[in-house]
Design a binder for this molecule. Structure first.
Ligand SMILES: [Fe+2]
Length: 255
């Protein structure tokens, strides 16, 4: 069974009258081009790695803005799985996001054939409360204690697994302020991933640049943000193809 999936991260989509960030007024259009590319490549699904939008004039406008993005996802013939970022919760509550996404969960797993994919939620505060309506500090997110417990139990069967998270589990410590991009419990999580022996790669958002590293036998890949690119480019909307051994990232093996 051939499995391909598309990835995009940190659109930070800014409405024309909103505070811009890099090229973020263009990123909604980029997303549509990226989703069309994914459809052409016949992906089974795509994952949005969080930070969909910049703040809008008010809460209602932000709600409509993110709802427009999410509704657009449904026009391309494959599901788009949402990973919670931090910017979703500047103006919106967790309940707002669940309503927009028409779901009751922010972390879950699904399988295609023998391969498992896990959507994780790194938008929890140190006290285990969820980010909501600006009650967070972007440097101090984590997986909730219950989520870590759930993940450890899930991985116990040893099934080949790929993970998706906004906050990072591993980023080169030499990166500027690397620790801020990590979830608070990244060491505990990396212990669990390594001990499971079945996690092949972790796809991460949050850092806005393409980075990859092999750490403790697991490939950690940061997906770039189109807000940093002067024009739409395929590098910001990578396609991953799973092979019997390893995977291709935009047609190439990461070494
Ligand atoms: Fe971001």
């Amino acid at each position: 069974m051939e499995i391909r999936f598309g990835l995009f991260a940190d659109l930070h989509y800014a409405l024309p009258e909103s505070e811009n960030r890099g090229y973020s007024q263009r990123t909604f259009d980029d997303m549509k081009k990226g989703l069309a590319r994914f459809a052409e490549k016949e992906v089974s699904f795509a994952v949005c790695l969080g930070d969909i939008a910049q703040p809008a004039a008010d809460r209602d406008e932000q709600y409509r803005q993110i709802q427009t993005v999410v509704r657009t996802w449904s026009h391309y013939g494959f599901p788009v799985h949402p990973v919670m970022g931090n910017h979703e919760f500047q103006q919106l509550t967790l309940e707002d996001m669940l309503e927009i996404l028409q779901t009751d969960r922010t972390y879950y797993s699904f399988s295609l054939g023998d391969i498992r994919f896990v959507i994780l939620d790194s938008a929890y505060n140190p006290d285990d409360s969820h980010f909501s309506a600006n009650n967070f500090d972007w440097r101090y997110g984590k997986l909730s204690d219950a989520e870590v417990h759930w993940l450890k139990a899930l991985l116990a069967d040893g099934k080949r697994t790929f993970l998706f998270t906004h906050g990072n589990f591993y980023l080169d410590p030499d990166e500027y302020c690397s620790e801020w991009y990590h979830v608070l419990n990244h060491r505990e999580i990396c212990d669990i991933l390594e001990e499971s022996g079945c996690v092949e790669a972790v796809f991460q958002g949050h850092h806005h640049t393409f980075r990859h590293a092999l750490h403790r036998g697991i490939r950690f890949v940061n997906i770039p943000s189109p807000e940093r690119s002067p024009a739409y480019c395929e590098a910001d909307f990578p396609v991953v193809e799973i092979l019997d051994e390893g995977f291709l990232y935009n047609g190439e093996r990461l070494i």
